[in-house]
Design a binder for this molecule. Sequence first.
Ligand code: FMN
Length: 150
Amino acid sequence: MEKVFIYYSNTGNGDIVANKLSSYNIAIKKICSNYKLSSNLFIAMLTGGFKAIFNRNVKIKDFDFNISEYDEVIIGSPIWADRLSAPINSLLKKLDLSDKKVSLILYSGGEEIIRAIDQVKFFCPNASIITLHEPKKNDSELEKLGVFYE
Ligand SMILES: Cc1cc2nc3c(=O)[nH]c(=O)nc-3n(C[C@H](O)[C@H](O)[C@H](O)COP(=O)(O)O)c2cc1C
């Protein structure tokens, strides 16, 4: 089964996940957005949180990627204001994943995630969901990715 990990990362937690999954021979595609978060954490939380809460679309840069060659799609998103990050929310509105096996990997600073899980169920009702607590700082969280190892 051909697998791809499509993800967004602003501060590197998603990159750590991508690095681990690439060691399992999973193809990696990082998405970039024209929307940039401020380097000031307070402003980033405010503006990014606003985009996430109000379900605002952001532009994905150069997503000329063909997912038809993959049977399994793993999507990675940081949590913004308890929701999917705006770039992944915008991407999921566009991608047709109906004939794919789908998993979501959500990385967050806190323990509890509620609204992002509801969003995932809306976009991909059968998706499995893995949550990771700041994998950049917590190596042991990466052990949860073992489910993708074949
Ligand atoms: C705009 C914004 C909002 C965030 N909101 C939450 C939140 O509601 N709950 C949480 O646990 N973490 C929140 N975080 C923390 C990130 O989800 C967490 O640091 C994640 O690991 C970042 O992934 P990245 O380094 O790949 O960008 C937020 C971060 C940002 C930038």
